[in-house]
Design a protein around this ligand. Structure first.
Ligand SMILES: Nc1ncnc2c1ncn2[C@@H]1O[C@H](COP(=O)(O)OP(=O)(O)OP(=O)(O)O)[C@@H](O)[C@H]1O
Ligand SMILES: O=C(O)[C@H](O)COP(=O)(O)O
Length: 336
């Protein structure tokens, strides 16, 4: 179908949106305003979901990147539609991630970094039972390091997860999971300026309150070269590798080397026959900005969604879709 697209009405629901949709002729499509500008989306308001549902008869759910969120357009709207289908992107994400990560060829490695420590640290707990290798970088790593007694300077750590991090390391050791944390890091006085940054070793034994590894006025902003080499070797030893979250504040050139090293190692692992997956907005853009970009087996549009999927969770958006498809099939059977 070739569709002509109208300019969006000012809101995704309401009379202007209704009018725009009602004027559509066969072969035309209407692009509505971003749902996230409406407070009913994140709050998953039933009234907002009903308003969305009133715009059409059939719903194609294709936003895999938000399938882990309980939101009006992800779960609520599906209860009010006559028919719901997974879109092509949703189908390919589920097919690939499900089959690859539920029965991964082993060793199965997971590389986690980034800044959304609270969102992701729980995922790591689950991965301790399914992965063979866990590589932790980015701001995420500093809560683990702080739990070991490393002084992390101004780097933000999650105080209420310190005990959980200790327990995770113990369970990883008990299960024979290879869990690697940074051994050296790049530190600087500013989050946005790499001028004067330097690499420091990072071990409990060399880190004292009098001489902390990360000086008191500094942030830890990237994994250092020794860590990048250790992560590269570990990635190359895996047959399946999933990566989410940059190893440092890669938007600043002086803090990007660790993230680029991981991206390169993923490309080398792909070339050697391993299956590699990158998921998450920033990890994907860091990979794509490299020249030439490393070859990755699969690039997922989901960060949090792909992480939750690979740890075996049924995502709210997938559950709602399966229920809606089953309800429509039951209704069709009853009517025939
Ligand atoms: N040590 C660090 N200090 C400060 N910021 C960091 C550090 N390490 C990573 N970051 C920041 O983390 C951000 C990306 O984190 P995030 O967890 O959102 O990853 P992501 O790949 O986008 O995955 P998702 O799609 O799940 O959000 C980047 O903006 C990067 O600058
Ligand atoms: O809901 C969102 O903000 C985006 O889909 C990304 O979510 P994520 O950061 O958990 O991947």
């Amino acid at each position: 179908m070739t569709a002509s697209v109208y300019a969006p009405p000012p809101d995704c629901v309401g009379s202007a949106a209704q009018a725009a949709v009602q004027q559509l002729q066969p072969g035309q499509a209407c692009l509505l305003e971003n749902l996230r500008f409406h407070s009913g989306e994140a709050a998953s308001e039933p009234a907002f979901a009903q308003q969305l549902a009133a715009l059409g008869d059939v719903y194609v759910s294709d936003a895999f990147g938000v399938a882990h969120r309980e939101q009006a357009s992800v779960t609520g709207v599906l209860q009010h539609m006559a028919a719901c289908y997974p879109g092509l992107l949703m189908q390919s994400e589920l097919r690939y991630l499900h089959s690859t990560c539920h029965t991964p060829e082993r060793p199965f490695g997971v590389v986690i970094g980034g800044a959304k420590v609270r969102d992701k640290i729980g995922v790591l707990q689950a991965l301790v039972s399914s992965a063979d290798v866990l590589l932790i970088g980015g701001r995420m790593a500093f809560t683990f390091l702080a739990a070991e007694g490393v002084a992390c300077g101004r780097t933000q750590i999650e105080e209420d997860w310190l005990e959980a991090c200790r327990v995770m390391r113990e369970s990883a050791a008990a299960r024979g999971v290879k869990l690697l944390l940074p051994r050296d890091i790049v530190v600087a006085r500013s989050l946005d300026d790499d001028c004067g940054c330097c690499t420091v070793p990072l071990t409990v034994s060399c880190c004292t309150p009098e001489a902390p590894c990360v000086p008191n006025g500094c942030y830890g902003l990237d994994i250092g070269p020794e860590t990048a080499a250790a992560f590269t070797e570990a990635i190359q030893g895996c047959k399946t590798v999933f990566w989410n979250g940059p190893m440092g504040r890669f938007e600043v050139p002086g803090f990007a080397a660790g993230t680029h090293a991981v991206a390169r190692a993923m490309g080398q692992a792909t070339a050697a026959g391993s299956t590699t997956i990158v998921g998450g907005g920033d990890s994907v853009s860091a990979t794509n900005e490299m020249q030439p970009p490393p070859a990755i087996s699969y690039i997922s549009t989901g960060g949090g969604a792909s992480l939750q999927l690979i740890q075996g969770q049924l995502l709210p958006g997938i559950r709602a879709l399966a229920q809606a498809v089953a309800a429509a099939a039951a209704a069709a059977t009853a009517a025939s």
